[in-house]
Design a protein around this ligand. Structure first.
Ligand code: AMP
Ligand code: MG
Length: 396
């Protein structure tokens, strides 16, 4: 090969930046909360109401004036007249005077005139309309109006992924529908003459297409709309014909056919009908990853080895698709982890007793490791990890 006119052996952050630069800016749409799980918020979301909407009781008991109850002791209870009840959704209609109280339940508004709560455990019923308090009512046992958020506060920011907790929060803020980014449309392709759909008989030398099954689920997790393109055999014409079917996609994600082999055609197709943004990333597993454009369509070529394709997805593709930088944990290494001179290593690890243990079989074809390892230990170029060292760990 003559000297290539595209970047080779890029670093992981460079690979992410190249991918981000090829993706389109996504438009917005408004969807009901029930359809917004996993989507990305497209605009700041203000609170339309305050929560709590009124100062309310944090306990079941009675609401009273604190001053009336200050002398209450077990041996000298204070007696108050019960003038009504305030329960969640049905506030007490009147106002409470000196020497009076109302029965109150968790989440019920504090009636006008009261400022403190005495819990039911500290009360004794005294006739039909009196209670005796064995200790003073406390002003602290309330939830102040707006103590969670106030109308007008911007509580959720544009760019935030809508997790179940944030969707619940959006509902509490008063929104029935939310502005979200359009989903990225990702065409998904497997390559290789030996790759066979699960469910078909397997002849010697063939392998089931596990990559597109795992990648499809990962793309769904990232909130993408997946266009399955199936499988292309190892011929430039067949591969080009399959790429033609990706019309309307924002990105094509393929696996296999990006290495140095005679049957690895994707790079040449990009060079003929587009551009190569980079080939090869300074990482292991996953070194041969490829990025470019084909007739304008961004194409990310993952290596075919199942472990490599998953690790490249986690380390490079996921952070770009979700807009969320990886959040490595710092954990103790229970075993040594080797360094590579010119690559960042992402070794599969098992987490046990709060420490990272080398999974053992680190070959890129060991599919079992993907289900048995819980994390990737990140070992920077040339910086070997000894047992007992702290390491950065990405959860799988
Ligand atoms: P390649 O990158 O095309 O040279 O493939 C590297 C290795 O990954 C070979 O052993 C392939 O058989 C295997 N492989 C490629 N594509 C897939 C796939 N979709 N599912 C499972 N294994 C695959
Ligand atoms: Mg192949």
């Amino acid at each position: 090969m003559t000297r290539p006119d595209f970047p080779m052996h890029v670093t992981v952050p460079q690979a992410r930046a190249h991918l981000a630069a090829l993706l389109p800016t996504l438009g917005h749409e408004t969807v009901p909360l029930a359809q917004a799980a996993g989507r990305t918020l497209a605009a700041d979301l203000p609170a339309l109401v305050s929560h709590p909407s009124a100062t309310e009781s944090a306990l079941d008991g009675i609401a009273a004036r604190e001053a009336d109850t200050l002398l209450a002791r077990p041996e000298a209870p204070v007696r108050l007249r019960m003038v009504g009840e305030s329960r969640a959704g049905v506030p007490f209609a009147g106002s409470v005077g000196p020497g009076e109280c109302v029965r109150i339940y968790t989440g019920a508004p504090l009636p006008p005139g009261t400022d403190a709560i005495c819990p039911v455990e500290q009360l004794t019923e005294d006739g039909a309309d009196h209670v005796a308090l064995r200790r003073p009512a406390r002003p602290g046992d309330v939830r102040a109006e707006g103590g969670d958020f106030r109308a007008g506060d911007v509580v959720l920011r544009a760019g935030t992924p809508l997790t179940p907790a944030r969707l619940a929060l959006a509902a509490a803020l008063g929104h029935a529908e939310v502005p979200v980014r359009r989903r990225l449309r990702v065409a998904l392709l497997s390559t290789g003459d030996e790759v066979v759909l699960p469910g078909q008989p397997l002849r010697p030398g063939q392998v089931y297409d596990s990559n597109s099954v795992g990648l499809r689920a990962l793309l769904a997790e990232c909130g993408c709309e997946v266009m399955p393109l199936g499988h292309a055999p190892d011929s430039p014409a067949a591969l080009a014909a399959t790429l033609e079917q990706a019309g309307g996609a924002d990105l094509l994600l393929s696996s296999g056919g990006v290495s140095m082999g005679r049957y690895d055609f994707l790079r040449d197709l990009l060079l003929e009908r587009g551009q190569v943004s980079f080939w090869k990333v300074r990482m292991r597993p996953g070194g041969p990853a490829l990025l470019g454009r084909w007739n304008g369509l961004p194409v990310f070529g993952l290596p075919g080895n199942p472990v490599s394709s998953l690790v490249v997805f986690e380390v490079i593709v996921r952070p770009v698709l979700t807009g969320q930088a990886p959040h490595p944990l710092r954990l103790r290494a229970a075993t040594p982890f080797a360094a590579l001179p010119d690559k960042t290593a992402f070794w599969r690890a098992v987490l046990r007793d709060g420490a990272a243990h080398d999974y053992g079989a680190q070959g890129s074809g060991i599919l079992r490791s993907l289900s048995e390892a819980q994390a990737l230990v990140v070992v920077p170029e040339g910086q070997a990890v000894a047992a007992g060292d702290e390491v950065e760990v990405l959860l799988l």
